[in-house]
Design a protein. Structure first.
Length: 111
């Protein structure tokens, strides 16, 4: 498992390379090992990557459900957690859940 900042950098690199499922695996590893007070943050980030995976695979219903849950989880954190701009990220995630065309690359910045 990577330390949080390295995991965020690696997950972003994978998202930028259109490899959201691999980004999910990086984020899930941190989620499973995170302290209790950060576990839902990492779970939400992992769900974002899985939601993007569903978008890329043409499953809008699954994508919407996961992205919406992820945004709700992330809303519980302050915007300075590991340098993540939570308000911007949750806004972007909700927009993605509603408006993203299927099977197209998904630009999303975790920080």
């Amino acid at each position: 498992m990577l330390p949080p900042n390295e995991a965020l950098d690696e997950a972003q690199r994978l998202l930028d390379a259109d490899r959201p499922f691999h980004a999910h695996e990086v984020l899930e590893a941190v989620w499973k090992a995170a302290p209790e007070n950060e576990r839902e943050l990492w779970r939400g980030l992992a769900q974002v990557a899985v939601g993007i995976t569903h978008l890329r695979r043409g499953n809008p219903r699954g994508a919407h459900a996961l992205l919406s849950r992820a945004a709700d989880r992330l809303d519980e954190y302050s915007d300075n957690t590991h340098g993540i701009d939570i308000p911007r990220l949750t806004r972007d995630i909700r927009t993605l859940a509603e408006d993203r065309p299927l099977n197209t690359p998904v630009p999303l910045n975790l920080r």
